[in-house]
Design a protein around this ligand. Structure first.
Ligand code: HEC
Length: 96
């Protein structure tokens, strides 16, 4: 339920039905270059990364915590720990 409607735009809209990710949109920028907006597969994301990404909108890069300067993923820092856990378990429990 939370994955589909986390009191905001549903994760499902970008990360697809089971969290395997998808191409969300593509367009041409003003120079005519094709730009693809892709939401990654989050079914194999480690708990630590998952939690930090949702709670603090930060990511691990080269073992360091970095702020995301640009991402079209909305903020979900209002989700409580139990909710983040629930979504994580939902994505990791499905057998597909
Ligand atoms: C509007 C599209 C969009 C929505 C909605 C969205 N995401 Fe994302 N998500 C992205 C994009 C793009 C990235 C990759 C860039 C980044 O990390 O921000 C991403 C990255 C992530 C990552 C980091 C994956 C990794 O391995 O580094 C996690 C975890 C994640 N999303 C979980 C969620 C969850 C859970 C929800 C719902 C509460 C959600 N996302 C909703 C677009 C979206």
């Amino acid at each position: 339920m939370l994955y589909q409607n986390p009191r905001g735009i549903g994760c499902i809209k970008c990360h697809a039905k089971y969290g395997h990710g998808r191409l969300v949109a593509k367009y041409r920028d003003k120079n005519g270059n094709l730009v693809k907006l892709v939401a990654p597969d989050i079914t194999k994301t480690k708990w630590e990364t998952f939690y930090v990404r949702l709670k603090y909108s930060k990511i691990f890069k080269n073992h360091k915590l970095k702020k995301i300067n640009y991402s079209f993923m909305p903020k979900y820092d209002y989700l409580v720990d139990e909710e983040i856990q629930a979504i994580y378990h939902y994505l990791h429990s499905k057998k597909h």
